[in-house]
Design a protein around this ligand. Structure first.
Ligand SMILES: *[C@@H]1O[C@H](CO)[C@@H](O)[C@H](O)[C@H]1NC(C)=O
Ligand SMILES: *[C@@H]1O[C@H](CO)[C@@H](O)[C@H](O)[C@H]1NC(C)=O
Ligand SMILES: *[C@@H]1O[C@H](CO)[C@@H](O)[C@H](O)[C@H]1NC(C)=O
Ligand SMILES: [Zn+2]
Length: 307
């Protein structure tokens, strides 16, 4: 081992400290938790057709050994870095309070009003970058690995209902409340709390068991009849509008519904909302696979859900 071993150990340790600090000082969370993103990407990758799987593998850096889910949280890690600050509005959409609808031209902009800088616009952007890459007419200014990682992450985010929320409360981020016994906020309840509580209560915190249960439910369980229709949309570039409209509708019907700032959310909220959270993760994964299969499939085929 010697010096290099020491150095590696030292670096690991420094890393742990840094990661700790980052976690402590992290601003309010604004994404499916890492667990949500990882499951979304694992679902998607398992449904890739051979040719698409190959292209995805080639775009990933060697050190992840072909595992897309290992980098699905990357866009959240870098969004506060100077170089990537422009990406921070790409994770969500703020819609007018109480409107409960999504209108691309009204709502898809960053806080300064710059058009297309929202999660729906970004998914279109990275989808079309990857299509040009596939067609060999890629713009060399763009990094296709990054395009793949952003696309994979943001298809997850757009399915988290509170990522398409009201403007004044920042998608529930400013609605402080308690989740069982600890402090949280409404956005975070949907990003992470429900997923972690489900993992603990039903799967002994084994995320792989949780994932398998989701996969079984769309291959031959409660969603197997629906899954075909999850892929429906007019054209690849219009799909994100549909996903965003679904999310704000769910946010109104289930996210905000009946919630008062300062209250404690517990069993009743958990039991009724968990099925929605899990279904959105499943839909995000299935739809990400559909998008990637369409962009990278052997033939340019029409949009189709997994059989
Ligand atoms: C699209 O991606 C490019 C970089 O890859 C970026 O400069 C541009 O702002 C992005 N636009 C949107 C709407 O995401
Ligand atoms: C593309 O982006 C990845 C992730 O940021 C980076 O590691 C890689 O070096 C970039 N590739 C090129 C050709 O710039
Ligand atoms: C899968 O379906 C079963 C049977 O309806 C249900 O009890 C379970 O909660 C579902 N699991 C997930 C992760 O959706
Ligand atoms: Zn995000």
């Amino acid at each position: 081992m010697g010096r290099i071993g020491e150095l590696v150990r030292l670096c690991r340790c420094v890393n742990v400290v840094l990661v700790g600090l980052v976690l402590i000082s992290a601003p309010k969370a604004q994404a499916w938790s890492k667990e949500g993103h990882i499951m979304t990407c694992q679902i998607a990758q398992a449904l890739l057709e051979p040719h698409a799987a190959e292209v995805v593998k080639n775009l990933l850096p060697d050190y992840v050994d072909g595992d897309l889910s290992a980098l699905c949280t990357w866009p959240d890690q870098i969004r506060h870095w100077y170089k990537y600050r422009w990406t921070s509005s790409l994770h969500f959409i703020d819609t007018p309070d109480k409107a409960c609808t999504f209108d691309y031209s009204r709502d898809c902009h960053d806080p300064h009003g710059v058009k297309d800088m929202c999660v729906a616009g970004a998914i279109k952007n990275f989808t079309s970058q990857l299509m040009h890459y596939r067609e060999g007419s890629s713009d060399r200014r763009y990094n296709m690995t990054e395009a793949l990682l952003f696309l994979s992450h943001l298809v997850g985010d757009i399915h988290q209902p509170m990522h398409v929320g009201f403007t004044s409360d920042e998608g529930g981020n400013t609605i402080q409340l308690r989740w069982f016994r600890h402090k949280s906020n409404l956005h975070h309840v949907w990003d992470r709390e429900i997923i972690l509580t489900a993992a603990a209560d039903y799967y002994g915190k084994d995320m792989l068991l949780f994932l398998k249960d989701i996969q079984t439910n769309f291959t031959h369980g409660i969603w197997s009849e629906d899954v075909q229709s999850w892929g429906d949309c007019d054209s690849l570039l219009s799909c994100p509008n549909k996903y965003a409209a679904e999310s704000i509708s769910l946010a109104c019907k289930w996210g905000y519904k009946g919630v008062e700032p300062g209250e404690t959310l517990a069993d009743e909220y958990f039991n009724s909302r968990m099925p929605i959270v899990v279904k959105r993760i499943a839909q995000g994964g299935v739809r990400l696979s559909m998008i990637l299969n369409t962009i990278f499939g052997k033939n340019h085929h029409e949009i189709a859900a997994p059989a």
